[in-house]
Design a protein around this ligand. Structure first.
Ligand code: ADP
Length: 189
């Protein structure tokens, strides 16, 4: 079992690279953003609760996110490994994930940080808006907000995971396959 966290700013390519890893290795993908968008689409109470945060580029409250991840982990107790994508995004969430995995006797093996300069993120998100249908991609102010929230809330997690000696930095600029090769090297798979 290999469980790892994908850290990286919005638009860094975590979803794209996760899809390739799932196809090749069969990981279970826990993308909090994807889950919230699916809940929203189905009109569930959780989706409605998350909507305002997603639309404005703010973080959904920690307790809502942690409860959701807890349920997803319970629902899939036995498997080859999880990719945590978009979670944790705050110190509180990182500590909650450690506690949750420990309670289940599961390791968190590694944390990959996909590094992409802000100017390239803006370009990618603006381009993605043309096809994603995501309102948070379509508005430049919301994009800036998400990048700021990432820098303030999520980037400090690199310290947290460096101290645990789990952090690997992967340059996220280049051809998709080239980045994928770097990720496989970082994960030794
Ligand atoms: P991106 O990484 O491109 O910003 P995501 O799909 O990961 O997009 O997340 C979209 C939105 O979902 C975030 O801006 C936030 O509102 C919400 N969200 C996703 N994951 C979390 C989380 N772990 N904690 C709080 N909010 C989250």
């Amino acid at each position: 079992m290999l469980n790892f966290v994908f850290l990286g700013p919005p638009g860094s390519g975590k979803g794209t690279q996760s899809a390739k890893l799932i196809e090749d290795f069969g990981f279970i993908h826990l993308s909090t953003g994807d889950i919230f968008r699916a809940e929203l689409k189905s009109g569930s109470p959780l989706g409605l609760e998350a909507k305002g945060y997603l639309d404005s580029g703010q973080l959904v409250p920690d307790e809502v996110v942690v409860r959701m991840i807890e349920q997803k982990l319970d629902a899939n107790a036995h498997n080859a490994g999880y990719i945590f994508d978009g979670f944790p995004r705050t110190q509180v969430q990182a500590e909650a994930l450690d506690a949750l995995l420990e309670s289940k006797g599961m390791p968190l093996n590694q944390v990959l940080l996909l590094e992409v300069p802000d100017a390239i993120l803006r370009e990618r998100l603006t381009e993605r808006a043309k096809t994603s249908g995501r309102s948070d991609d379509a508005n430049p102010e919301i994009i800036e907000k998400r990048i700021r929230v990432y820098q303030q809330e999520t980037l400090p997690l690199t310290d947290y995971y460096s101290k645990q000696e789990k952090l690997s930095r992967v340059p996220g600029v280049g051809h998709i396959d080239e980045i994928y090769a770097r990720i496989r090297i970082a994960l030794s798979i």
